[in-house]
Ligand binder design. Structure first.
Ligand code: NDP
Length: 444
């Protein structure tokens, strides 16, 4: 049995109740076969893959807080510190009822390779809670965040582990978390990223994941002789990543005609009105029905359906496993040219394979959405030097990072005889640096 198969078997046996984590490990290890097979003996002796698939440590903790009726509520908090071979752990905090150990481990595992791809010195981690900020008052969100940080603070720090936002964790939550950290530790340091501009945040961090996704998409299309201007795109989601992906797509001359949330989706043939979408989602924290009510050209549909709309480019920006095999078939039948993932693992394994087999350019999230964490690392740099860079400075570094990531993964795919396989290219390029550092640091 090959070393990859041996390790996959062990990982399946050990993590049977964590399907998302297994999905992420299978995708990564299968696509690394050419590299691992070539070094099989040494990697096996070093138990390199077993170490890579086992978090360095993970925490699970009680988060009690009091709601507006005086009732005590209890949530579960998580932080997985997966791999620190190339830098302090770095990865967001997800607040969503679906959060469990397996989801956090899948996200932390992906983060190792994504962070490595950025070329910046950041290791992989992730955290969160099954708390749902939706429908909660600001006071309730603050009570939760303060309780969450009262436990988390002992595991994090500017040089050890630097959390950030993710689904459900935006500027408001980061502010409350930061305030509590400062209060407990008595230090003013860059322990979180995605902070407000008045207390150490970076310009362009809010826009970075969505903008970065479009810089990557543009570069990938360009290298295949296609101009993004004039193309039609479908986006899913209507949160932080989706909003700024739509904004940048429009700036680059493409037209985005869909977006969605967890209850429904909008088809707007005139192109999504980003200012209105921001008002509905960022200011009013409302549903997409409000967007449709205020926009005569928009149709609102209940449930799923974004991928049934004819487009040149599909940008899934909501959550994991939201683009399924039937969606992939529909996209191909409608002549879609490219799928670039803004969310983490939004495309299932069979859907990814179908898209690739049918000639659709496919860039995985760990490369395409790396602009967020890259800019978080730029926020860390600014905090360390006690300086703030201009929007243009950060944005131009972000652009260059996304262009570099694309060329690195493109080269890695070509080097192993897999031209155009950006999934393998991203995994290989991310893996090589981490492995080099792990081997150099001995058994740890
Ligand atoms: P937000 O919470 O801002 O937005 C998430 C969007 O996806 C919302 O429109 C939400 O709808 C929708 N959504 C969430 N869960 C589900 C679900 N189970 N089914 C259907 N729709 C859902 O999160 P972000 O935009 O920050 O994150 C989106 C994705 O991008 C995630 O996969 C995240 O891990 C990834 N990502 C984010 C980065 C960042 O910088 N923010 C960086 C890199 C990756 P509703 O409001 O109705 O819940």
């Amino acid at each position: 049995m090959s070393y990859v198969d041996e390790v996959l078997e062990k990982v399946r046996a050990k993590n049977a109740s964590e399907p998302e984590f297994l999905q992420a490990v299978e995708e990564v290890l299968n696509s690394l076969r050419p590299v691992i097979d070539a070094n099989e003996e040494m990697y096996r002796k070093e138990a390199l893959l077993e170490r890579l698939c086992e978090p360095e440590r993970q925490f699970k903790f009680r988060v009690p807080w009091v709601d507006d009726n005086g009732q005590v509520q209890v949530n579960t908090g998580y932080r997985v510190q997966f791999n620190s071979a190339i830098g302090p752990y770095k990865g967001g905090l997800r607040l969503h009822p679906s959060v469990n150990t397996g989801i956090i481990k899948f996200l932390g595992f992906e983060q190792i390779f994504k962070n490595s791809l950025t070329g910046l010195p950041i290791g992989g981690g992730k955290g969160g809670s099954d708390f749902d900020p939706k429908g909660k008052s600001d006071r309730e969100v603050m009570a939760f965040c303060q309780s969450f940080m009262t436990e988390l603070y002992r595991y994090i720090g500017a040089d050890t582990d630097v959390p950030a936002g993710d689904i459900g964790t935006g500027a408001r939550e980061i502010g409350y978390l930061y305030g509590q950290y400062k209060r407990i530790r008595g230090v003013y340091e860059g322990v979180l990223t995605g902070k407000g501009l008045s207390y150490g945040g970076s310009l362009a961090r809010k826009e970075a994941t969505g903008y970065g996704l479009l810089y990557m998409t543009k570069e990938m299309l360009k290298s295949n002789g296609i101009d993004i201007a004039g193309k039609t795109a479908c986006v899913s989601g209507s949160g932080n990543v989706a909003i700024y992906a739509i904004e940048k797509a429009h700036e680059l001359g493409a037209k985005v005609i869909t977006c969605s949330d967890s209850t429904g989706w909008v088809y707007d043939p005139e192109g999504i009105d980003v200012a209105l979408l921001k008002e509905v989602k960022e200011v009013n924290r409302a549903r997409l029905t409000e967007y449709a009510a205020k926009r005569p050209s928009a149709e609102y549909h209940e449930g799923r359906g974004v991928w049934s709309v004819k487009c040149d480019i599909a940008l899934p920006c909501a959550t994991q496993n939201e683009l399924l095999i039937d969606d992939a078939k529909q996209l191909v039948a409608n002549g879609c040219t490219a799928v670039c993932e803004g969310a983490n693992m939004p495309t299932t394994l069979d859907a990814t394979k179908y898209l690739q087999d049918n000639g659709v350019y496919f860039v995985p999230g760990k490369a395409a959405n790396a602009g967020g964490v890259a800019t978080s690392a730029l926020e860390m740099s600014q905090n360390s030097e006690r300086l703030s860079w201009t929007f243009e400075e950060v944005d131009s570094k972000l652009q260059q990072i996304m262009i570099n990531i694309f060329h690195n993964l493109d080269e890695a795919a070509k080097k192993y005889g897999l031209p155009g396989d950006y999934v393998s290219g991203a995994n290989i390029a991310g893996f090589e640096k981490v492995v080099d550092a792990m081997l150099a640091q001995g058994v740890c």
